[in-house]
Design a protein around this ligand. Structure first.
Ligand SMILES: CC(C)(COP(=O)(O)OP(=O)(O)OC[C@H]1O[C@@H](n2cnc3c(N)ncnc32)[C@H](O)[C@@H]1OP(=O)(O)O)[C@@H](O)C(=O)NCCC(=O)NCCS
Length: 248
């Protein structure tokens, strides 16, 4: 009998071009190490997405990890492992909670779990048309076949959903796009909603023993996916409400 791991998630939002996020937001929310990194970011889009990602992750951590309740944002650092995967530190000491971040077109989302040993990936993608060559280059034959079966009006959303799930899988593995996107595969897209999340059936042909759980939902014109590896029990996804901060 295994505990059901709880995955907490939170969606942060900035106005167009990062409106609402100022240098003051950075000074108030970032640790000294993060401010140093922030000052090195050259492109405004990257700066505000990076900042929104940090604020989103810290809001989530403070709400869901009891020992972080009431901690000042500046005491928390969201750093990246050499391969890019994020992790949190409190006053310079790494916290053991698997964490994932995504930012895209004015939205950022973060997911965290206090269950150890889980690989976690969250991804947000803007639903858009892609050239056929994109699917040929990055999708498995099985995923390409799924696309040939969808109505033409749904191609952009299903293509985006599969792409997002693949990115979330690669994040859960801690790899990102350094590895071949065809090494992970979306087998089936579920449509039955549980608290807004629908299931995905996933696999990686080269990792037959890996236990995957995948979920997706539509958020305005974005698709959001969450992927876990190594969760023995059935995961439960709990949202931190953007307005009230309540755990739903
Ligand atoms: C990880 C990756 C798949 C994210 O894709 P994306 O859709 O562009 O960006 P998202 O906003 O969804 O995610 C970005 C976050 O992913 C996280 N991330 C980056 N590398 C990661 C990795 N190896 N494992 C897990 N998470 C990772 C980071 O937290 C990053 O945000 P931050 O830099 O602000 O901390 C992709 O950026 C990547 O693999 N990058 C490294 C390789 C690369 O740059 N290749 C060139 C393009 S082919």
């Amino acid at each position: 009998m295994h505990d059901n791991p709880i995955i907490y998630w939170y969606l942060g939002e900035a106005g167009p071009e990062g409106a609402g996020l100022t240098t003051d937001s950075a000074v108030q929310c970032l640790s000294t190490e993060e401010l140093r990194r922030f000052d090195q970011l050259r492109f405004p889009k990257r700066s505000y997405e990076w900042l929104l990602g940090r604020i989103t992750a810290k809001t989530l951590l403070r709400r869901c990890v009891p020992e972080l309740d009431g901690i000042e944002f500046r005491c928390l650092t969201i750093a990246n492992h050499p391969q890019g995967a994020p992790y949190a530190l409190l006053n310079g000491d790494p916290l053991p909670y698997p964490l994932s971040i995504t930012h895209r077109a004015g939205l950022a989302a973060a997911a965290v779990t206090t269950s150890p040993g889980i690989g976690l990936g969250i991804d947000l993608e803007w639903v858009e048309e892609r050239d056929a060559s994109f699917y040929t280059d990055y999708f498995t034959p099985g995923e390409s076949r799924v696309l040939t079966e969808v109505a033409s009006g749904e191609l952009a959303s299903i293509g985006t959903l599969i792409w997002s799930a693949k990115e979330a899988m690669l994040k859960a593995l801690g790899q990102g796009l350094r590895v071949d996107t065809r090494s992970v595969e979306v087998l089936r897209i579920g449509n039955i909603s549980n608290q807004g999340w629908k299931e995905l059936e996933l696999m990686a042909p080269g990792m037959p023993d890996t236990l995957w759980h995948g979920y997706w939902r539509r958020v305005e014109n974005h698709i959001c996916t969450v992927v876990l590896i190594g969760a023995a029990g059935q995961p439960v996804l709990r949202k931190v409400d953007r307005v009230t901060g309540e755990l739903l």
